[in-house]
Design a protein around this ligand. Sequence first.
Ligand code: ZN
Length: 510
Amino acid sequence: MEHKVLNQSIQTAVEAFKKLDEKITLFTSATSLLDWDQKVMAPKKGRKAFSKAIGVLKTEEFKLMVSEEMGELLSILSTPEAADHLDEVTKARVRERKDFYDRSNSIPSDMFQEYAVLTAQANESWEEAREKNDFSIFCPDLEKIVEFNRKVVEIYGYEKHPYDALLNQYEPGLTVEKLDPLFAKLREKSIDLLQRIQQSAYKPPVEIFEQSFSVDKQKEFNRYLLPILGFDMEAGRLDETVHPFAQPININDVRITTRYIEKNVRAALFGTIHEAGHGIYEQNIDEQFEGTALQTGASYGIHESQSRFLENMVGRSEEFWKYFYPKLQEHFPSQLEQVSEEDFYRAINTVQPSMIRVEADELTYNLHIMIRYEIEKALLEGEIEVKDLPSIWNQKMEEYLGITPATDSEGVLQDVHWSFGGLGYFPSYSLGNLYAAQILNTIKKECPNFYSDIENANFDNIQEWLKTNIHQYGKLYTPNDLILKVTGEELNANYLVEYLEQKYSRIYQL
Ligand code: ZN
């Protein structure tokens, strides 16, 4: 009898939890659309006032996630008795909401609202600082953001390193202890490979890109490419922004952006392929997860693995351009007629240390990330102060990449992330590269026609494999469980190191 009563109360709690989970997910959907509008559509003058409206809505969303009701439901549904009655999907939904609840419920809602307003302001001050090349305009806001994060990690709690608490927001289960050796190996091998490349007499003919490529033609090519890759244009949009991004509103409304630069045809080309990778992931999540906490990618790192995989492993492969290069030549006959496919392939894979992370090649990219990772860790530990960032930044650039930015705009001010408080986020990009290389190793074994499919622009099998093994699950599995399930082993740096070594040995004739 008692058992039956218990079952009933669990059942009631499950129903109430599902409703609340859905309500929060719909709030997220609405605020995502508003974020997208701010970045893509809203007139510049109206943004500041509207950021307050977004702040209010996000606060309401936050209050639901940390509400008393949520707390009670989670405590009922996380007991061992409840575990026997919950299916796998409900358990994962509870895990996701509980994770956030436990982390956040000790943050007072006025502190959260203050932070939402601060980050909206910081975004403005960062933009102005970057435009005017004046770090001091952004510095006070960034100091407040760092201060807030120092408080927050104490509230969240951590076992060994305060930075773990920030990493966990983006990559559940990841710690400094796990990440340091992965990065150490990647750093050592990357710097060694970079030095050999720089000593190589062979130089890819990168000057082919120092020409004008009509923006209209670029748009045409991108719109031709997107659906072939597997991005569903009836369940998404492509727009233009200075900083490209992917924003899911729901599974059948996934919006990506790109930017067209006449003197830089590569920016839109690879930017679009990259964002398409994010978009295709979101579009292929199982519809049973619509309106639940699982209606998104497993983690930021896994998400980034999907964009990097499509951009680099597929989009910068020789096979890809066997098919698409003649089409690109048709769009740009005067620029590319005289350029061979081989030269084009080598030119899009040029390795050249540069100031700007988002323009970095596959090899030096990770070194940019390590600079940010080390700075964030030290900021959090209080080892360095925000006001010293411009000089620290420049020193590290010199040490890792052998170059020094001439201005802060192309140095410490280049990225938007710190302005929205995204400390702990940067490692996701390199994790994406690490995951992607490990996934490549598995997909090549399980889809023996991987490269011949790419050569024929047939992405059905590849997208089907990604959907079956990764995309459909949304956030059902933790990143660690997912990579283990997909590749049979924990994340390690060997696959990326080997991939880079092989690729560039051939290109640079090392
Ligand atoms: Zn990305």
